[in-house]
Design a protein around this ligand. Sequence first.
Ligand code: FES
Length: 131
Amino acid sequence: MMEYTDKVMHEFQNPKNVGEIPDADGIGEVGSPACGDIMRMYLKISDDGIVEDAKFKTFGCGAAIATSSKATEMIKGRTVEEAAKLTNSEVVEELDGLPTEKIHCSVLAAQAIGAAIEDYHKRKGDHSKQQ
Ligand code: FES
């Protein structure tokens, strides 16, 4: 049986920001090559480029739910540029760690946020911000 930290268990049992944003400004979907699970991220971004809201839907496991819940909380209030820099390691650190075999689950949230931000820039027609 894998050992999860109290923070991971708490986040998994009380996930925040689960769902969709109907009028999202950016939507990103990614799949995990490791397990085949899918994550979809919705971002609401203000006119001055601040992440006002973030919601996710996933077919992933408990670790994916816990890290996505934490990641969405972490990017709210950040600028789009700052949100795009969020790494899965930062999220894992906030949760006091994850079992090694579950690290790939934490990658989904950060990648889906990145994909949603890319979608946001595309919708705006702002190609200069794309990597
Ligand atoms: Fe697929 Fe965790 S096992 S997201």
